[in-house]
Design a protein around this ligand. Structure first.
Ligand SMILES: *Cc1c(COP(=O)(O)O)cnc(C)c1O
Length: 410
């Protein structure tokens, strides 16, 4: 049995407890949506001000050299690499996850050897499937093979070029066993392409140790890069020379400022850049990543699991028989940074929670999601959030009319 004081004690003893001061969080809000939009860090706010006022405003175009804007995609990539078990020269910040998945899947399915099947699972994050559908439509020799969740290994054959999988499922938070899947994919002669949108910054991902080939992920979730932050991609060094970026823009050229007529890809991961990078957004992401300085990702992962365990335990203690059904793995070692529950009126319950100062999110038709970003969510926040949830379910205040309409973005 836990009491609220136990949560306060755990926060005091928490080695990550100090990290919360790196963030600028609004008063009166328990923010459990860092899996969707990470919180603003003190450093990011300052970096954006600096990039706008002093760099752009003061030094104008000279800033590309003077403030090293031109090297930001690689600098940010290097910082992200250290969080996902990759080397600095294997990761670059660029574009969105959608665009990066397109580039990587197209490259893998265009390699010599004739493998033209892109294999993935249904019910995954929509953009991943939509992008592959678009790719198959554009390149008729590419075949999209979509199997039911869990069916990838059985669907591997000598025509599969690349397998796209989410490491953490966006709805349930279930974590795939990358260390087990990569060898199967490699043994079948295919490349793995991991979507780490819900992993980077919350799990102790080890891409190279676990033998991953390709990956992409988001900058605005647990990495806290801000709304629409640049995404990033990873190409294992052993594949860098053979894969070609189909979006052969000038920033991926070997010498962009030669202004030559013919495209020659840059060596290494730089070839995955396309157009001019979004400097203000990169400045925010670059600074946001400072929040991870000196942070042990194994400790981050353990705290995410502990916060999720506490949340599930408290929900089951306080909200039994109120229509909530756990939709995430109970075992914290195979659950990412979130816990999800189904409720027949989940949309209204979440609207009511948000109005009461507990921010999570809702995924149709009936899923309410709570994210536990370990750098700024406290154990006591989890306790208090469940008390608010219990109050809402006990009183059925979610039935009030103002909670029935959802916004455009849920
Ligand atoms: C958030 C997320 C994305 C986001 O894609 P964008 O193109 O950057 O908007 C993609 N895939 C997964 C699994 C996600 O969770």
């Amino acid at each position: 049995m836990t009491i609220r004081q136990d949560c306060l004690d755990r926060d005091l003893a928490d080695p990550l407890g100090m990290m919360r001061s790196r963030f600028s969080l609004p008063d009166g809000v328990i923010y459990l949506d860092g899996n969707s939009l990470g919180a603003l860090s003190v450093a990011a706010a300052e970096a954006v001000r600096e990039a706008v006022e002093r760099q752009w405003g003061g030094d104008l175009i000279a800033s590309w050299n003077k403030h090293k804007w031109i090297g930001l995609p690689q600098k940010v990539g290097g910082k992200i690499a250290s969080l996902i078990g990759a080397d600095a020269d294997e990761v670059v910040a660029a574009d969105s996850v959608s665009v990066n998945l397109f580039k990587l899947a197209a490259a893998a399915a265009s390699l010599p050897g004739g493998r033209r099947v892109v294999l993935t699972e249904s019910s995954d994050f929509p953009t991943d499937l939509y992008i592959l559908q678009g790719l198959a439509g554009l390149m008729p020799d590419i075949e999209l093979r979509v199997v039911a969740p869990g069916g990838v290994e059985a669907a591997l054959d000598d025509r599969v070029a690349v397998v796209l999988l989410s490491h953490v499922h966006y709805r349930s938070g279930a974590v795939r066993d990358m260390a087990a899947l990569n060898p199967s994919i490699r043994a079948a002669g295919a490349l793995s392409l991991w979507d780490l949108s819900h992993s980077a910054g919350v799990l102790d991902v080890a891409l190279n140790r676990d033998g991953a080939d390709l990956a992409a992920g988001c900058g605005y979730k647990y990495l806290n890069g801000g709304p629409g932050a640049p995404a990033w991609l990873f190409v294992a060094r052993r594949h860098q020379a053979m894969l070609r970026n189909p979006l052969s823009g000038w920033m991926g050229h070997e010498r962009p400022f030669d202004f030559a007529d013919d495209y020659r890809p840059a060596a290494g991961v730089d070839r995955w850049l396309c157009g001019t990078p979004p400097i203000l957004s990169l400045a925010a992401l670059d600074a946001a990543l400072e929040a991870f300085e000196g942070v042990d990702m194994a400790a981050v992962r353990n705290k995410a699991a502990a916060l999720g365990d506490l949340f599930i335990e408290r929900v089951e203690a306080r909200c039994a028989d109120k229509g909530l059904v756990l939709a995430s793995p109970r075992d914290g070692s195979v659950r990412g940074g979130q816990a999800s529950f189904r409720h027949p009126h989940g949309g209204a319950v979440m609207q009511n929670l948000i109005a009461r100062g507990v921010t999570g999110d809702f995924r149709r038709p009936d899923l309410i999601r709570f994210g536990f970003a370990p750098l700024y969510v406290r154990y006591v926040d989890v306790w208090d959030a469940v008390e608010v949830l219990a109050g809402i379910l006990d009183s059925e205040s979610w039935r009030e009319p103002q909670y029935q309409a959802a916004g455009t973005v849920t």
